[in-house]
Design a protein around this ligand. Structure first.
Ligand SMILES: Cc1cc2nc3c(=O)[nH]c(=O)nc-3n(C[C@H](O)[C@H](O)[C@H](O)COP(=O)(O)OP(=O)(O)OC[C@H]3O[C@@H](n4cnc5c(N)ncnc54)[C@H](O)[C@@H]3O)c2cc1C
Length: 370
């Protein structure tokens, strides 16, 4: 490690790696700090659904832009990233949710994203394992699935071929643009990017990020049991329940033929312990939509932490209280999707280009108000 760099990125999750990827196209003199496996944090714990989400205009703009960037990058992705354009089926559970679908369809279509309402029989044709009698779903065919850890590693390998160094150590303290490493060495960046995920507030006081725990279960290989990423329309309700714990039906077909089954959300600190009662609830929800899941063999289950902000948008941009410091953290349950837009917007900001979407809803400075 040298004493100083043009850019130092703290954190080698998919967000830090995406920042390194885009910034290395301008800055050759870069360092990325990561004490663990690259992409081994929340990135390894997540689902890897690349999804355009309509919770708010700002979330929609960021996810749509990110999906476009993933599509642009797709031809260059190695097979290990397992990019598959599966499409999402937003499954309605009852007549009330079914009636919401046409509004949801118009919202996507009005903003240039393909979306199609499919009725119950058509849904059964698309996904025969779903329970019969469901009223229908909204299909967003452009959404995709990737394997997040190898995607992070790919982005960093590109950055490294542009000159970025990787140091397998943690930052202990950040003071202005000076970083003290755990072993006492000090490095300085003309620009420092805090991309330490849910640990970002430990380095930058005032970042309003809390860990939001999630559980996932993965099955043995059952190719073609599920074809699309399946998410219940009520998923956003689950994502909104900030106070308590919640579960939602969310099943993903992996390139290996395995099924990833989720998902849960809890604010219970940072204890990674497995919550059997909650997972039982999560699986009951999943089997209520897809009874055949009960006959499949689950091979592994784990927990992970989403870096949650109070307004459900990430913190991207300069930290006004410390010149030269930038934040790229707080991506909650969408950071695999939104990593590329984050890196690209930051790179545009620091090189004086106008970002392709308005960055103000994600301004890091708002963390001080909430
Ligand atoms: C159950 C679950 C399901 C999810 N599903 C999806 C999904 O389907 N689609 C989607 O888009 N997103 C999903 N997510 C969210 C997504 O996984 C995260 O938003 C994303 O991985 C965040 O990436 P990150 O780089 O910010 O954080 P991380 O991957 O946590 O990376 C931060 C890195 O910083 C390092 N670090 C921490 N402290 C320091 C320090 N002091 N010095 C140096 N390095 C440090 C850590 O070791 C870590 O590797 C899911 C998350 C969970 C938990």
């Amino acid at each position: 490690v040298k004493a100083s760099y043009d850019v130092v990125v703290i954190g080698g999750g998919i967000v830090g790696c995406a920042c390194a990827y885009y910034l290395s196209q301008t800055f050759g003199d870069m360092l990325l700090l990561e004490p663990g496996a690259v992409g081994g944090g929340a990135t390894a714990a997540g689902m890897g659904h690349l999804v355009v989400m309509d919770d708010s205009e700002a979330q929609f703009a960021l996810t749509r832009y990110s999906l476009e960037l993933w599509q642009e990058l797709q031809p260059e992705l190695p097979a290990a990233v397992e990019y598959e354009q599966r499409g999402t089926l937003w499954v309605a559970e009852d007549e009330e949710e079914w009636r919401l679908l046409s509004g949801k369809q118009s919202f996507y279509a009005d903003r240039g994203v393909e979306a199609e309402v499919v009725d119950g029989p058509a849904l059964s044709g698309l996904e025969p394992s779903l329970r019969r009698g469901l009223p229908g779903a909204l299909l967003t065919p452009q959404d995709a699935v990737i394997f997040p850890m190898t995607a992070a590693q790919f982005l960093l390998s590109r950055a490294m071929s542009n000159g970025c160094e990787l140091e397998r150590t943690a930052a202990r303290q950040l003071s202005g643009k000076k970083i003290t490493l755990v072993d006492g060495r000090v490095v300085e960046g003309a620009m420092v990017i805090n991309a330490a995920g849910d640990h970002a507030p430990m380095l930058t006081e005032g970042l309003n990020i809390k860990p939001r725990k999630g559980h996932l279960v993965i099955t043995d290989r059952y190719p073609s049991h599920v074809r699309h990423q399946l998410v219940e329309v009520g998923y956003l309700k689950s994502a909104h329940t900030m106070g308590s714990e919640s579960v939602a039906f969310n099943v993903q077909p992996r390139a290996t033929g395995q099924l990833l089954v989720g998902s849960s959300r809890q604010f219970v600190g940072d204890d990674p312990a497995f919550d059997h009662a909650l997972v039982a609830k999560m699986l009951a929800r999943a089997t209520s939509f897809m009874p055949s899941l009960a006959n499949l063999n689950a091979v592994r289950a784990w927990t992970g932490f989403r870096a949650a902000t109070p307004d459900k948008l990430p913190l991207i941009g300069p930290w006004p209280f410390s010149p030269g410091l930038f934040v790229a953290a707080g991506h909650e349950g969408l950071g695999v999707t939104t990593s590329l837009a984050t890196g690209r917007m930051l790179a545009d900001m620091v090189t004086g280009l106008r970002p392709a979407i308005d960055p103000s809803p994600y301004a890091a400075a708002r963390a001080m108000n909430g």
